[in-house]
Design a protein around this ligand. Structure first.
Ligand code: F6P
Length: 323
């Protein structure tokens, strides 16, 4: 393999830059040329490629976002779009791909591999941590710490004003961000897509807590939970408990930005190296991840089709620690 391409796709995640840096430098270290593909699959379709040198990735390991930019590409979901992307990859002489992203990125990558056979190794880059085949995804640790920092600040004001706060964190299909935020932020309840927590049970819990002299409550809500989202849940609680002073905070995209934590820089660098090594060793259609701190390669299809469960121990912890 003499030339590879690398891209970031889907929602960005802190540590993507550190991963790109590792991919570029590992490839050059092994005498392989690297092309950056801007804006994910959209750049692939339009041939938006740039040759990357070692200095192209200087001063990046500590930066949030992705210098190659990211996008979600509806065109790549079509056969015609993927055909165009293949023609661009062919004419640029790219023989292998490193795809950094989440489940949407890997859905596209495995389809592309099936259709055109270009060896692809993925690095899990998403704040959601919802990919099977790795204990942690790049950006997750940073996102949780960013969210926790805000939750701590909200707790200060909730306490001063004797209020109930409903704090919505990201996680379209998973409670991976919500659960550690609830435990680390001392929240009373976490609502996550994986487990149904009814509004009625929240109302009961707040009533009992306040009878036992609590003067502030925090409910962490993952955006994908099933009761309708933070605003709806808060409205129902307000209706049932009109004396409660309730507020909603949606943390939103603040969770996707910022400098990666030490954990994410290390993980991103390790997985970036593993992606290139994987390609050199003949890996195709897999994701590099870590399980119990060991490097593993998992078929891309499994990373999206299999479910990484949240341990019930964590939900139980929230219940015990919030009495
Ligand atoms: O996939 C990461 C993620 O941040 C999800 O948690 C969230 O639902 C989604 O992206 C938001 O995507 P967008 O930035 O396109 O609105």
């Amino acid at each position: 393999m003499k030339r590879i391409g690398v891209f970031t796709s889907g929602g960005d995640a802190p540590g993507m830059n550190a991963c790109l840096r590792a991919v570029v430098r590992t490839a050059i270290y092994h005498g392989i040329e690297v092309y950056g593909i801007r804006r994910g699959y959209s750049g692939m379709i339009h041939g938006d490629f740039c040759k990357l040198e070692s200095h192209s990735v200087s001063n990046l390991v500590q930066k949030g976002g992705t210098f190659l930019k990211s996008a979600r590409s509806p065109e790549f979901m079509t056969k015609e779009g993927r055909q165009k992307a293949y023609e661009q990859i062919q004419s640029a002489g790219i023989e292998g791909l490193v795809a950094i992203g989440g489940n949407g990125t890997f859905t596209g990558a495995t389809k592309f591999y099936d259709e055109f056979g270009i060896p692809t190794v993925g690095a899990p880059g998403t704040i959601d941590n919802d990919l099977f085949g790795t204990d942690y995804t790049i950006g997750y640790d940073t996102a949780v710490n960013t969210a926790l920092d805000s939750i701590d600040k909200i707790r200060d004001t909730a306490d001063s004003h004797d209020r109930v706060f409903f704090i919505e964190v990201m996680g379209r299909d998973s409670g991976y961000i919500a659960v550690p935020c609830a435990i680390g932020g001392g929240a009373e309840i976490a609502m996550i897509p994986e487990a149904t927590v009814t509004v009625e049970s929240i109302i009961d819990k707040i009533k009992i807590d306040w009878l036992h002299a609590k003067t502030s409550s925090i409910v962490i809500i993952a955006e994908g939970e099933v009761e309708g989202g933070s605003t709806k849940v808060a409205a129902k609680v307000r209706e049932a408990l009109p004396d409660m002073d309730a507020r909603v905070t949606i943390l939103g995209h603040v969770q996707r930005g910022g400098a990666p934590t030490a954990f994410d820089r290390l993980l991103a660098s390790r997985l970036g190296i593993a992606c290139v090594k994987g390609l050199l060793e003949g890996q195709k259609d897999v994701m590099a991840g870590t399980i119990n701190s060991k490097l593993v390669y998992t078929p891309l299809i499994d990373t999206i089709a299999k479910k990484k469960e949240i341990s019930p121990e964590y939900t139980r912890m929230i219940e015990i620690l919030s009495i």
